[in-house]
Every structure is written in structure tokens, then in C-alpha cells.
Design a protein around this ligand. Sequence first.
Ligand code: G3P
Length: 272
Amino acid sequence: MKIFIDSADIDEIKLAFDWGIADGVTTNPSLLKAAVNRQIKAGKNLDIREYLKSILEIAGKTPVSLEVTETSAEGMLEQGERIYDMFHQASNNVNIKIPVNPAFQNEDTTHFDGIKVIKKLTEQGIPVNCTLIFSPEQALLAAKAGATFISPFAGRVDDDLRKNAGEEFQKSDYYPAEGREKNGKLLEDNGIVSGIDLVCKCVDIIELYGYKSEIIAASLRNTRQTREAALSGAHIATLPFGVIKDMLKHHKTYEGMKAFTADIVEEYANLK
Ligand code: G3P
């Protein structure tokens, strides 16, 4: 499984690439806002174009997702093309993140605008990461429209299931892949019992019909969920830096380190 870093923080991105564990980067407007605010707070001058260029340089040849902020088909298409043209020449690793459906509510008439734009960008050879996927059906249509990447948001599915069940929870709390019962009933959203269940079903559909799209397990919040994403066969997991760091930690590793360092004999340590 490839690992992308889900961040717009240049220091985090640099570390992940320095450690040799990153195969790409995903950003979104909220991550970019947090990174920009951090820069401004640190008193740094921010030229957003240069800032993004630096991220693309660090990523080298690996893919970097930049999301549109427009919400109409025309707006997303124009912005997607503009962002791609701005960076593609120099870095050749940009893909454009398009929401599968940019509508704000059921009554809106823009439900198909995301799909239309995915098709148009793909036809021009601009790779698309289709984002905000919450059902396997959305993933199926994104694959048919030609999306290079498809991003089911696992953590936010778990949030929704817990919230609808009236539970209190922290964003980073683990939620079991097999789902959870409340009052003898399995919590579910139209048959989806967890975020990882959504990822698995998206992967199954892609594999079953041989679509070229790759599934990015997104909105992952903790290490166990990441493990389950890996076991689901997701092609990629995009991870916040905190989760990447947590993946290396284990109390028995610390205990073992203490025991081994206590047992070091000088003759061996000074072996020349
Ligand atoms: O990759 C999508 C991600 O940035 C959203 O994560 O934790 O805000 O649901 P989260």
C-alpha cells in the first residue's frame, strides 16, 4: 500500500519524505487554511504560489492533490485547469481534487457537476482525485467518469454513525471495521457499517470490474484504522502526520530498548 501524507504543512511533508515513507501528498482547503495560518502566526511572509511550489518540489515525482474551491461545473473546470497549468510544467505531479458532488443539499441542481468535471479534466489528461466519497455508489460513478484517485472518507463515516447513535466521541477514537451494535441493532448508513467497510466496498467494486482508479482511504484518524485500511486492499492510505508518527510507537518496543541498552557490554559496543 502506498502512503500519502494528508497535510499542507511544509515541515511535516518534508519530514515524511525525508523518512522515505511518503508516496504522495493530499491537501484540502481546511488543511491549507491551517498551514497558512501557522505560517502567518510564525510571522512568515506567505506567497501561496511559491508555498505550493515548494510542496510540489518536496514531493518530487509523487502525486500531489490540490483541491478546487469553486462549486459550479464551469467554476471547478476553469479553476482545475488553471491550477494544473500553473504547476504542471514545473513539477508534473499535480492532480486536481474534485468533490464527487458539489451540492450543499438535496434540493440543489448541481449533483452531477462533480462527475461532469471529472470526465472533462480526465479527457484533457489532467488526473483527478475524486473527494468526499461516502458511498460505494459514488465511487462507482467516479470510476466510470475516469477519476485517477477516489477518496472514501472513513473517519467521517464513523463520526456520522456515532453521532446518529447519540454517542460522545473524540475524532481520533477507534471505531471497529465490523461496526457496532446499539440496543441490539447494528449501526449503519444504507448498509455501510463503518468507514473501513466503505473503503472495502469501494476497493471491491474497483477490483471486480477492473477500473483503473486507485482507492485512497482518507480521513483516517488512528493507527488501527490505518492497519484495517491496509488489510482492506486500499491502494493508498492518506495519513495525517500525527498518525504516521503514532504508527511507530509501542510500549513493548520502549521496554525492549531499555532492556537491550542495559545489557550492552563494552567489548561489543566498542567493536572495531
Ligand atoms: O483526506 C481527507 C481528510 O483530510 C479529511 O480528514 O479527519 O478532517 O475527516 P478529516
